[in-house]
Design a protein around this ligand. Sequence first.
Ligand code: DGL
Length: 282
Amino acid sequence: MANILIFDSGMGGLSVYRELSKRIPAQQYLYLFDNAYFPYGELSEPRLVARVVELFSTFVKQHSVDIAVIACNTASTYVLPALRAQLSIPIVGVVPAIKPAAEYSRQHQTLAKPAHIGLLATPGTISRRYTAELVQSFAPDIQVSMLGTTELVKMAEDKLAGLPVDIKRLKQILAPWSGNRGPDTLVLGCTHFPLLATEINQCLPQVKLIDSGAAIARRVSYLLLQPACTLSQELAPEGKAGLLFCTELTKKALQQARAFKKEGFSELNCFEPNLNKLLKEQ
Ligand code: DGL
Protein backbone atom coordinates (compact mmCIF):
# COMPACT_ATOMS: atom_id res chain seq x y z
CA MET A 1 0.00 0.00 0.00
CA ALA A 2 1.22 3.49 -0.83
CA ASN A 3 0.51 6.78 0.91
CA ILE A 4 -0.41 9.03 -2.00
CA LEU A 5 -0.68 12.76 -1.37
CA ILE A 6 -2.82 14.92 -3.65
CA PHE A 7 -2.32 18.66 -3.41
CA ASP A 8 -4.31 21.58 -4.84
CA SER A 9 -5.46 25.06 -3.84
CA GLY A 10 -9.02 23.76 -3.62
CA MET A 11 -11.25 20.97 -4.81
CA GLY A 12 -9.85 20.64 -8.34
CA GLY A 13 -7.59 17.79 -7.28
CA LEU A 14 -10.73 15.67 -6.93
CA SER A 15 -10.83 15.34 -10.73
CA VAL A 16 -7.35 13.78 -10.52
CA TYR A 17 -8.21 11.71 -7.43
CA ARG A 18 -11.16 10.16 -9.30
CA GLU A 19 -8.78 8.89 -11.99
CA LEU A 20 -6.20 7.75 -9.44
CA SER A 21 -8.64 5.83 -7.29
CA LYS A 22 -10.09 4.14 -10.38
CA ARG A 23 -6.66 2.99 -11.56
CA ILE A 24 -4.97 2.47 -8.20
CA PRO A 25 -7.63 1.62 -5.60
CA ALA A 26 -6.94 0.34 -2.08
CA GLN A 27 -4.20 2.85 -1.29
CA GLN A 28 -4.04 5.41 1.49
CA TYR A 29 -4.92 8.75 -0.10
CA LEU A 30 -4.20 12.07 1.60
CA TYR A 31 -5.62 15.29 0.16
CA LEU A 32 -4.25 18.69 1.14
CA PHE A 33 -5.93 21.84 -0.15
CA ASP A 34 -4.54 25.30 0.50
CA ASN A 35 -7.77 27.20 0.93
CA ALA A 36 -5.96 29.94 2.91
CA TYR A 37 -4.26 31.02 -0.36
CA PHE A 38 -7.04 30.09 -2.81
CA PRO A 39 -7.20 30.93 -5.71
CA TYR A 40 -3.66 30.21 -6.84
CA GLY A 41 -4.37 31.53 -10.32
CA GLU A 42 -4.32 35.08 -8.97
CA LEU A 43 -1.04 34.81 -7.00
CA SER A 44 2.24 36.29 -8.25
CA GLU A 45 4.90 33.70 -9.09
CA PRO A 46 7.23 34.64 -6.15
CA ARG A 47 4.37 34.37 -3.63
CA LEU A 48 3.17 31.11 -5.12
CA VAL A 49 6.55 29.40 -5.02
CA ALA A 50 7.33 30.62 -1.49
CA ARG A 51 3.97 29.44 -0.17
CA VAL A 52 3.86 26.06 -1.88
CA VAL A 53 7.44 25.13 -1.01
CA GLU A 54 6.98 26.03 2.67
CA LEU A 55 3.60 24.37 3.07
CA PHE A 56 4.42 21.27 1.08
CA SER A 57 7.82 20.56 2.59
CA THR A 58 6.49 20.96 6.12
CA PHE A 59 3.54 18.68 5.39
CA VAL A 60 5.66 15.96 3.81
CA LYS A 61 8.11 16.04 6.75
CA GLN A 62 5.29 15.52 9.24
CA HIS A 63 3.32 12.83 7.39
CA SER A 64 4.22 9.58 5.80
CA VAL A 65 4.04 10.23 2.05
CA ASP A 66 5.39 7.84 -0.61
CA ILE A 67 4.43 9.82 -3.67
CA ALA A 68 2.95 13.28 -4.19
CA VAL A 69 0.75 14.62 -6.95
CA ILE A 70 0.63 18.37 -7.44
CA ALA A 71 -2.91 18.27 -8.82
CA CYS A 72 -2.77 21.90 -9.82
CA ASN A 73 -1.61 23.23 -13.18
CA THR A 74 -1.10 26.72 -11.76
CA ALA A 75 1.43 25.42 -9.21
CA SER A 76 2.99 22.68 -11.36
CA THR A 77 3.82 25.06 -14.21
CA TYR A 78 5.98 27.10 -11.86
CA VAL A 79 7.00 25.46 -8.58
CA LEU A 80 8.00 21.89 -9.51
CA PRO A 81 11.76 22.51 -9.82
CA ALA A 82 11.87 24.27 -6.41
CA LEU A 83 9.82 21.49 -4.79
CA ARG A 84 11.93 18.71 -6.25
CA ALA A 85 15.07 20.44 -5.01
CA GLN A 86 13.66 20.29 -1.44
CA LEU A 87 12.17 16.81 -1.32
CA SER A 88 13.37 13.34 -2.19
CA ILE A 89 9.99 11.62 -2.73
CA PRO A 90 8.68 11.33 -6.30
CA ILE A 91 6.53 14.33 -7.21
CA VAL A 92 4.18 14.14 -10.17
CA GLY A 93 2.99 17.45 -11.59
CA VAL A 94 -0.11 18.18 -13.64
CA VAL A 95 0.43 20.45 -16.66
CA PRO A 96 -1.88 21.34 -19.57
CA ALA A 97 -2.35 18.47 -22.04
CA ILE A 98 -1.21 20.50 -25.06
CA LYS A 99 0.51 17.55 -26.76
CA PRO A 100 -2.46 15.11 -26.94
CA ALA A 101 -4.80 17.97 -27.82
CA ALA A 102 -2.61 19.09 -30.72
CA GLU A 103 -2.36 15.50 -31.95
CA TYR A 104 -6.13 15.03 -31.77
CA SER A 105 -6.81 18.33 -33.53
CA ARG A 106 -4.31 17.59 -36.33
CA GLN A 107 -5.86 14.17 -36.89
CA HIS A 108 -9.33 15.65 -37.20
CA GLN A 109 -8.59 18.73 -39.26
CA THR A 110 -10.12 19.32 -42.69
CA LEU A 111 -9.28 21.76 -45.46
CA ALA A 112 -12.19 23.91 -44.40
CA LYS A 113 -11.28 23.72 -40.71
CA PRO A 114 -7.55 23.58 -39.92
CA ALA A 115 -6.32 22.33 -36.55
CA HIS A 116 -7.10 24.73 -33.71
CA ILE A 117 -6.86 24.05 -29.99
CA GLY A 118 -8.03 26.11 -27.04
CA LEU A 119 -6.40 26.25 -23.62
CA LEU A 120 -8.79 26.97 -20.78
CA ALA A 121 -6.79 27.58 -17.58
CA THR A 122 -6.24 30.04 -14.75
CA PRO A 123 -4.75 33.49 -15.46
CA GLY A 124 -1.54 32.25 -13.80
CA THR A 125 -1.17 29.18 -16.02
CA ILE A 126 -1.92 31.17 -19.18
CA SER A 127 0.86 33.64 -18.40
CA ARG A 128 3.59 31.09 -17.57
CA ARG A 129 6.74 30.76 -19.60
CA TYR A 130 6.38 26.98 -19.14
CA THR A 131 3.01 27.07 -20.92
CA ALA A 132 4.47 29.06 -23.82
CA GLU A 133 7.23 26.45 -24.09
CA LEU A 134 4.68 23.60 -24.15
CA VAL A 135 2.90 25.30 -27.04
CA GLN A 136 6.20 25.94 -28.81
CA SER A 137 7.24 22.29 -28.42
CA PHE A 138 3.99 20.51 -29.23
CA ALA A 139 1.78 22.86 -31.23
CA PRO A 140 4.03 25.28 -33.10
CA ASP A 141 2.24 24.61 -36.38
CA ILE A 142 -1.39 25.07 -35.31
CA GLN A 143 -3.60 27.81 -33.96
CA VAL A 144 -3.72 27.95 -30.16
CA SER A 145 -6.23 30.22 -28.39
CA MET A 146 -6.02 30.81 -24.65
CA LEU A 147 -8.57 31.88 -22.08
CA GLY A 148 -7.65 32.50 -18.45
CA THR A 149 -10.44 32.54 -15.88
CA THR A 150 -10.79 32.31 -12.11
CA GLU A 151 -14.56 32.54 -12.32
CA LEU A 152 -14.78 29.01 -13.64
CA VAL A 153 -12.62 27.76 -10.76
CA LYS A 154 -15.15 29.19 -8.32
CA MET A 155 -18.06 27.82 -10.35
CA ALA A 156 -16.60 24.32 -10.08
CA GLU A 157 -16.29 24.64 -6.29
CA ASP A 158 -19.86 25.95 -6.05
CA LYS A 159 -21.10 23.03 -8.10
CA LEU A 160 -19.50 20.55 -5.70
CA ALA A 161 -21.04 22.49 -2.82
CA GLY A 162 -24.43 21.71 -4.38
CA LEU A 163 -25.14 25.07 -6.03
CA PRO A 164 -26.56 25.12 -9.56
CA VAL A 165 -24.15 26.07 -12.36
CA ASP A 166 -25.10 29.31 -14.10
CA ILE A 167 -25.09 28.05 -17.70
CA LYS A 168 -25.91 31.49 -19.08
CA ARG A 169 -22.81 32.95 -17.43
CA LEU A 170 -20.69 29.99 -18.52
CA LYS A 171 -21.84 30.55 -22.12
CA GLN A 172 -20.79 34.21 -21.86
CA ILE A 173 -17.32 33.26 -20.61
CA LEU A 174 -16.88 30.68 -23.39
CA ALA A 175 -18.48 32.89 -26.07
CA PRO A 176 -15.17 33.68 -27.82
CA TRP A 177 -14.95 29.98 -28.67
CA SER A 178 -18.48 29.22 -29.78
CA GLY A 179 -19.36 28.87 -33.46
CA ASN A 180 -17.36 27.68 -36.39
CA ARG A 181 -14.27 29.78 -35.77
CA GLY A 182 -13.60 28.36 -32.32
CA PRO A 183 -11.20 25.53 -31.49
CA ASP A 184 -12.19 21.92 -32.23
CA THR A 185 -10.24 20.63 -29.20
CA LEU A 186 -10.12 22.15 -25.75
CA VAL A 187 -7.46 21.56 -23.11
CA LEU A 188 -8.92 21.73 -19.61
CA GLY A 189 -5.71 23.17 -18.15
CA CYS A 190 -6.97 23.53 -14.60
CA THR A 191 -7.93 20.54 -12.47
CA HIS A 192 -11.13 22.28 -11.44
CA PHE A 193 -12.46 22.29 -15.00
CA PRO A 194 -13.10 18.56 -15.57
CA LEU A 195 -15.57 18.94 -12.69
CA LEU A 196 -17.55 21.19 -15.08
CA ALA A 197 -17.03 19.04 -18.20
CA THR A 198 -20.75 18.33 -18.67
CA GLU A 199 -21.63 22.02 -18.53
CA ILE A 200 -18.70 23.07 -20.76
CA ASN A 201 -19.80 20.46 -23.29
CA GLN A 202 -23.31 21.81 -23.11
CA CYS A 203 -21.96 25.28 -24.08
CA LEU A 204 -19.48 24.02 -26.71
CA PRO A 205 -21.02 20.78 -28.02
CA GLN A 206 -18.77 20.62 -31.09
CA VAL A 207 -15.55 20.63 -29.07
CA LYS A 208 -13.51 17.65 -27.84
CA LEU A 209 -12.40 18.14 -24.19
CA ILE A 210 -9.01 16.85 -23.05
CA ASP A 211 -7.57 16.84 -19.53
CA SER A 212 -4.54 15.31 -17.84
CA GLY A 213 -6.22 13.17 -15.14
CA ALA A 214 -5.95 9.72 -16.74
CA ALA A 215 -2.34 10.33 -17.85
CA ILE A 216 -1.41 11.32 -14.28
CA ALA A 217 -2.98 8.13 -12.92
CA ARG A 218 -0.96 6.09 -15.44
CA ARG A 219 2.24 7.89 -14.42
CA VAL A 220 1.65 7.31 -10.69
CA SER A 221 0.85 3.65 -11.19
CA TYR A 222 4.03 3.28 -13.31
CA LEU A 223 6.16 4.89 -10.58
CA LEU A 224 4.67 2.65 -7.91
CA LEU A 225 5.74 -0.42 -9.90
CA GLN A 226 9.39 0.66 -10.11
CA PRO A 227 11.88 -1.48 -8.16
CA ALA A 228 13.10 1.62 -6.29
CA CYS A 229 9.63 1.97 -4.82
CA THR A 230 9.63 -0.50 -1.92
CA LEU A 231 6.08 -0.46 -0.68
CA SER A 232 4.29 -3.09 1.30
CA GLN A 233 2.17 -5.31 -0.93
CA GLU A 234 -0.63 -5.12 1.58
CA LEU A 235 -3.65 -3.21 0.26
CA ALA A 236 -5.69 -0.75 2.25
CA PRO A 237 -8.94 -2.33 3.47
CA GLU A 238 -11.82 -1.76 1.09
CA GLY A 239 -13.56 1.53 1.75
CA LYS A 240 -10.65 2.92 3.81
CA ALA A 241 -11.23 6.62 4.13
CA GLY A 242 -8.87 9.15 2.62
CA LEU A 243 -7.40 11.78 4.93
CA LEU A 244 -8.38 15.37 4.26
CA PHE A 245 -6.44 18.51 5.20
CA CYS A 246 -7.17 22.20 4.62
CA THR A 247 -5.00 25.16 5.66
CA GLU A 248 -7.69 27.36 7.14
CA LEU A 249 -10.70 26.21 9.06
CA THR A 250 -13.58 28.18 7.59
CA LYS A 251 -17.28 27.62 7.19
CA LYS A 252 -16.68 27.03 3.49
CA ALA A 253 -13.99 24.42 4.25
CA LEU A 254 -16.46 22.52 6.43
CA GLN A 255 -18.97 22.63 3.56
CA GLN A 256 -16.29 21.43 1.17
CA ALA A 257 -15.49 18.58 3.54
CA ARG A 258 -19.02 17.29 3.01
CA ALA A 259 -18.39 17.01 -0.74
CA PHE A 260 -15.07 15.26 -0.05
CA LYS A 261 -16.86 12.84 2.26
CA LYS A 262 -19.02 11.70 -0.65
CA GLU A 263 -15.79 10.85 -2.50
CA GLY A 264 -14.47 8.76 0.40
CA PHE A 265 -12.54 11.28 2.55
CA SER A 266 -13.11 11.32 6.28
CA GLU A 267 -12.72 14.06 8.88
CA LEU A 268 -11.30 17.46 8.01
CA ASN A 269 -7.91 18.31 9.55
CA CYS A 270 -6.43 21.76 9.56
CA PHE A 271 -2.77 21.89 8.65
CA GLU A 272 -0.89 25.15 8.73
CA PRO A 273 2.91 25.14 8.76
CA ASN A 274 2.86 27.28 11.90
CA LEU A 275 -0.40 26.27 13.41
CA ASN A 276 -1.36 22.64 13.39
CA LYS A 277 -4.71 21.61 14.76
CA LEU A 278 -7.30 18.96 14.23
CA LEU A 279 -11.02 19.34 14.06
CA LYS A 280 -13.51 16.59 13.63
CA GLU A 281 -16.42 17.47 11.43
CA GLN A 282 -19.58 17.39 13.49
N1 DGL B 1 -6.89 23.72 -9.64
C1 DGL B 1 -5.85 24.63 -9.93
C2 DGL B 1 -5.20 24.39 -11.28
O1 DGL B 1 -5.21 23.29 -11.79
C3 DGL B 1 -5.99 26.10 -9.73
C4 DGL B 1 -7.14 26.80 -9.16
C5 DGL B 1 -6.77 28.14 -8.52
O2 DGL B 1 -6.69 29.16 -9.21
O3 DGL B 1 -6.54 28.10 -7.31
O4 DGL B 1 -4.62 25.26 -11.86
